[in-house]
Design a protein around this ligand. Structure first.
Ligand SMILES: [Ca+2]
Ligand SMILES: [Ca+2]
Ligand SMILES: [Ca+2]
Length: 701
């Protein structure tokens, strides 16, 4: 198998589209930074080509200087995240050195600063004294301390500085835009476009100011041995005192037509760090609530738990006795500082007697209504249940007739709230339909919205790409045939219905998981059985040119679940292997087998094995975090003899990988979910073998 590392740029993005589709490939002899050399002489029609590509920025993609210079969490000494007028920016402390990084991190393919480019900045500055200058950023040659490129402003001017090499050893050129007021305590977005002798500045998507100078921007400005300094000129003097929200270099073109006109021109976006994009309360409710400590120009309450209603929305409460900071989301206080908590042990919290055995669980928050959980129950009547978290426990809220329901998926499209159920069996009229329900805010219940023909559906996954909403169903089998199509549906906003968008052949599909890496979107399917063996490939697909295409195949053993998670900058993908069955190699016990955690290898551009963990017919992995610690819990369902097997919580221990820390007796364990309330963090698991689900409380210290 020839592995091809592919460094895309504008010209060779095209080959991805064609090469990704071919299953036979070409050996290559030589690979250079932006070229693929294919050795036709060695062409072997039987060779299998795996095409991987580099996630680094292409030459024509925005180079996000701010994202490069601050950690993705936004948390670092000397950097504070501040929210003002509804938007977040970074405030840099002058006592700690300014954020900086080597320019080679951005200019990967060659060390030259682009000849034509634009720079996009969003900032907010309270005020600046007359005659004072503050630097937004500089690119400084380390050995000489020369400013190769820089941007600074004063009370009514903006100066762009660059190094011209034409004269002697070079000299600094300065282009000045006059009559500009940036320091007025408001957000502003500047776009400065540079092309030869022409420099244009657009502020808040207004008319541009154009300046033509005699000394053009250099055609080949070498950035070797230089560093980007954000908000400074590598000195205390002239340090940036405002909030910085966006700082992007767009090589090759003027960013103005990309982001203007804008509905919010003062905050027009080309690219901003993810942490600044987040709403104070993350809306995805089936994930552990990720919160970042940040400051805001909002009211902070003190004292005993104040009320949290619509009126207090977005206000803070500092609980001095517990040293906790909470944010009111209009309904309840959400803890904002969880970093200090450590998991001590888990405690049985609620024994939830269900109407029948339960497959999948889905917890979700309906804004301003509360925390809910949908259970996929085996029996048709009263069907599957929706529970509401009331007075600290789940109480039945609504029953919905389902047909051997396997999983629920909660999702929203704009303000519309939906729940989709995967029905495994036919209804009374011998129809196989899975159903999307819509929340009726007046009646405060879910009602049937759209029925979709499915084949022994196991799972629904919902996701968005480029603002469009999609659903994908895992069709497990049709009659005895497991090798059938699973289907991706796309929301048609005109008809307000989901329509077929793409079909993907699957083998006993059990689970879909969607994830993104940088600008790329992925779907991974768990293939369980192809009619003869469970030892088959599960596939990862990547979205390219409007459809999903094969990205990587991984050998799995009755795969039942994929779980994607991040630890720091690292990206992992864990598979739950449920059963090893192959007529050619009968194992002694085919249920106690390894489940595997894969990690994205940035250089190879593929997922590679990180750790094997012995599991017992694993059906689910759930990732969660407590404070700064990361955990995985596995649903062990069967050891070949009994359904009474322990499920295990593993703790991330860096170099050691995941280490077992808690063994939890479970019976036919099918699914785990982690959720948070203001009172703490919880886990719940369902049993496919008895009508009891258990809520466990995570005790912290
Ligand atoms: Ca799934
Ligand atoms: Ca999972
Ligand atoms: Ca789960």
């Amino acid at each position: 198998m020839a592995a091809l590392v592919f460094k895309p740029n504008a010209e060779n993005l095209q080959p991805i589209k064609t090469l990704m589709m071919s299953s036979t490939g070409f050996p290559f002899s030589k690979l250079e930074s932006s070229e693929i050399h294919i050795d036709i002489a060695q062409y072997d029609p039987a060779a299998y080509l795996t095409l991987m590509f580099n996630f680094s920025a292409t030459d024509l993609r925005p180079l996000d200087i701010l994202s490069e210079g601050v950690p993705s969490s936004g948390v670092q000494p000397g950097i504070r995240m501040v929210q003002v007028q509804g938007s977040r920016g970074f405030l840099f402390s002058t006592s700690v050195g300014p954020p900086s990084f080597p320019s080679s991190q951005l200019f990967i393919n060659c060390g030259l600063f682009p000849e034509e480019f634009s720079i996009v900045v969003t900032l907010k500055v309270t005020s600046i004294p007359p005659k004072k200058n503050e630097y937004i950023f500089t690119l400084i040659e380390e050995k000489s301390d020369n400013v190769l490129v820089g941007l600074r402003y004063s009370m009514n001017k903006l100066h762009f500085l660059f190094w011209s090499k034409d004269v002697f050893n070079g000299w600094q050129s300065r282009v000045t835009f006059r009559g500009i007021t940036l320091a007025d305590n408001r957000w502003h977005t500047l776009i400065m476009a540079v092309s030869g002798q022409s420099f244009s500045l657009t502020i808040d998507c207004n008319m541009s100011l154009d300046v033509v100078v005699s000394a053009p921007f250099p055609a080949s400005l070498n950035t070797y041995g230089s560093r980007f300094y954000i908000g400074s000129r590598k000195r205390l003097k002239g340090a940036f005192s405002g909030l910085l929200r966006q700082l992007v270099l767009l090589p090759g073109s003027d960013a103005t037509p990309r982001i203007c006109p804008s509905s919010n021109p003062k905050l027009a976006v080309l690219s901003i760090p993810t942490v600044l994009q987040e709403l104070p309360v993350k809306p995805e409710s089936n994930e552990v609530l990720v919160t970042y400590p940040y400051e805001a120009d909002m009211k902070v309450n003190l004292g005993v738990r104040p009320p949290c209603t619509k009126a207090e929305n977005a206000q803070f409460w500092f609980d001095a006795s517990r040293r906790g900071l909470y944010l009111c989301d209009g309904l309840q206080w959400i803890s904002m500082l969880e970093a200090k908590k450590r998991l001590d042990y888990v405690e049985e919290y609620q024994n939830l007697i269900t109407t029948s055995e339960t497959m999948g669980l889905e917890t979700f928050v309906i804004p301003k209504v509360g925390l809910f959980m949908a259970t996929a129950n085996r029996k048709t009547q009263p069907g599957s249940a929706i529970y509401k978290w009331t007075d600290g426990k789940f109480e039945p809220y609504q029953y919905i007739t389902t047909y051997q329901a396997q999983a629920w998926r909660y999702f929203t499209i704009g303000k519309k709230i939906f729940l989709a159920v995967a029905n495994f069996e036919q209804n009374e009229n011998s129809q196989e339909l899975s159903v999307i329900y819509k929340w009726n805010p007046k009646k405060q219940k879910f009602f049937v919205y759209q029925r979709i023909a499915t084949h022994s559906a196991r799972d629904w996954e919902s996701f968005q790409i480029g603002g469009e909403a999609f659903l994908v169903v895992a069709n497990h089998r049709q009659g005895d045939n497991h090798n059938i199509n699973s289907i991706i549906y796309k929301w048609n906003s005109r008809t307000a219905l989901f329509e077929i968008n793409q079909t993907i052949p699957t083998s006993g599909a059990y689970d879909w998981e969607f994830f993104t890496i940088g600008p790329y979107s992925f779907l991974v399917v768990a293939n369980t059985f192809n009619g003869t063996s469970t030892k088959i490939h599960s596939h990862i697909y990547i979205w390219l040119s409007g459809m999903f295409r094969l990205f990587q195949s991984i050998l799995t053993f009755g795969a039942a679940d994929w779980e994607v998670f991040h630890i720091g900058d690292r990206i992992f993908l864990a598979v739950a292997n449920s059963h090893s069955y192959d007529p050619r190699t009968l194992l002694h016990n085919s249920y106690s087998i390894n489940s595997t955690i894969y990690e994205l290898n940035i250089t190879a551009q593929m997922f590679v094995k990180f750790q094997d963990i012995l599991t017992f017919s694993a059906l689910d992995w759930e990732f969660f975090s407590v404070g700064e610690d990361s955990f995985l819990v596995v649903a062990n369902s069967f050891d070949g003899v009994s359904f009474s097997v322990n499920s295990v919580i593993y703790r991330w221990q860096g170099y050691e990988g995941f280490v077992a820390v808690h063994s939890l007796p479970t019976f036919g364990c099918r699914d785990w979910e982690a959720f948070n309330t203001t009172a703490g963090s919880y886990l719940i698991y369902s049993s496919a073998k008895e009508p009891i689900s258990k809520v466990l409380k995570l005790k912290t210290y």
